[in-house]
Write a protein that binds this ligand. Structure first.
Ligand code: XLS
Ligand code: NI
Ligand code: NI
Length: 437
């Protein structure tokens, strides 16, 4: 019996369609350059938002209608959710998914039972993957919900809590491996502090790095060759989170000898919470060849927290896809809708409207970004703007084949520099012209 009886498999109908259950821009098999849209975009759905998010907020109870869910934390209920999720993936035509261990399977009375619960649900997921051809983009361990992690997981002051977290990571990593996941994510919501009065920051950072090293070692042991990822976020739930933005994560990874094993999973709303744009975070990660995957969502200018809204801003999706094209594609990463419906959008069919909108916004962004890239005007402008470094004294500076003495002499020998305009407004016009198509 279908769980979304009134929803068809979503098809591409083109920009003129008025069917709310159709794509206007996302046409999976349409080629953009040398790849299909499906290959470029690698969409994933988040198990936690689709299946587990009741849409409560800090002031109100859950509103989401989930007729398939009995509301209990039983293993039977967890198993019953699996086919519902795969029906959602089939009808939305989303090829990948992501999960936390605790989204898919409940805690048991003992840690051993918790692990057994996970294994049983992984069996069910494996069977559904085989049947439908859907794939796991990444898995992760939820190291932030249970009260034992209230003071951190790897950064807890308690070594026993660290051991619990390690046990959970081991099993979540093995589950990800069994399901053929392309990646494994660490998002450290509680890896930070509420006050420095009770915090030994250096020791906590050392411990965090140790857990990551242990995970890398274990991956080698079990033969998991997927990409490890860190997801930056500056705060919430912690007052200060150690993995606060791309730059902080890269510095941490470098300092602890982890950069060769990790890339970043960047989330749009986390970038804005950190006081950056998503484009900024992407450029920083790309500079270190460390942009691995994307959690696609957006914030709200009027709300100061992680609202995880579905992406609908075409400028933003174009900016993101421009950089994805520039880096040569997402390879093992994807665009994971770490996004939830508004509390008012509580009916099951809203899950589809939300994802259809996000997929269309990114398909549009991909096409616009491709037009911008093909036109080449912005790239040419950029190349010209820095052309003084292509030869002469500039080339010497870039290759560090000069000295302050030489530069002093050079500067005194030339006419004082006159700069051409930065042309921001003209460039914005060019960008807009390509968006209009
Ligand atoms: C929370 C994070 C989380 C990670 C996975 O803000 O976005 O959902 O993506 O743990
Ligand atoms: Ni996320
Ligand atoms: Ni988030």
């Amino acid at each position: 019996m279908p769980h979304f009886p009134n929803v068809p498999v979503i098809q591409f109908e083109g920009p003129a369609s008025t069917n709310p259950f159709a794509f206007r821009h996302y046409n999976a098999s349409e080629r953009v350059g040398n790849k299909t849209m499906a290959e470029h975009l690698r969409f994933a759905a988040a198990y936690w938002h689709v299946m587990r998010n009741g849409l409560s907020d800090p002031f109100g109870a859950p509103t989401a209608l989930m007729p398939w869910d009995d509301g209990s934390d039983s293993l039977a209920n967890a198993l019953a959710r699996v086919p519902v999720f795969f029906e959602f993936l089939e009808k939305s035509t989303i090829p990948f998914y992501c999960f936390h261990d605790r989204d898919i399977a409940p805690e048991g009375a003992t840690l051993a039972e918790t692990h057994r619960n996970l294994d049983k649900v992984v069996d069910a997921l494996e069977a559904q993957q085989k049947q439908t051809g859907k794939k796991l983009l990444w898995g992760t361990a939820c190291l932030f919900s249970h009260p034992r992690y209230s003071q951190g997981a790897a950064t807890s002051p308690s070594a026993d809590v660290f051991a619990y977290a390690a046990s959970q990571v081991k099993h979540a990593l093995e589950a990800t491996h069994r399901l053929g996941g392309s990646g494994y994510v660490f998002w450290g919501g509680r890896e930070g502090y509420a006050t420095l009065l009770n915090t030994n920051m250096k020791r906590e950072l050392d411990h965090l790095a140790t857990l990551l090293h242990l995970a890398v070692d274990h991956a080698k042991k079990i033969g998991f060759t997927g990409q490890f990822l860190i997801e930056p976020k500056p705060r919430e739930p912690s007052t200060h989170q150690y993995d606060s933005d791309s730059a902080a994560c890269l510095n941490f990874l470098r300092e602890y000898g982890l950069l060769e094993h990790f890339k970043l999973n960047l989330e749009t709303n986390h970038a804005t919470l950190a006081g950056h744009t998503m484009e900024h975070e992407m450029e920083v990660a790309m500079g270190a060849n460390a942009l691995g995957s994307i959690d696609a969502n957006r914030g709200d200018t009027l709300l100061g927290w992680d609202t995880d809204q579905f992406p609908s801003d075409l400028y933003l999706t174009t900016q993101i896809m421009l950089r994805v094209l520039k880096m040569g594609g997402l390879t093992s990463g994807g665009l994971n809708f770490d996004a939830k419906r508004r509390r008012e959008s509580h009916e099951p069919e809203d899950l589809f409207h939300a994802h259809i909108g996000g997929m269309d916004a990114f398909a549009f962004g991909l096409k616009a970004a491709y037009r911008i890239q093909q036109a080449g005007t912005l790239d040419q402008f950029l190349a010209k703007r820095y052309a003084s470094y292509d030869g002469g004294i500039g080339a010497k500076i870039e290759s560090r084949a000069t000295s302050l003495d030489e530069l002093d002499q050079y500067a005194q020998s030339i006419v004082p520099p006159v700069l051409p305009s930065g042309r921001q407004e003209m460039l914005e016009n060019i960008f807009n012209a390509q968006i209009f198509g």
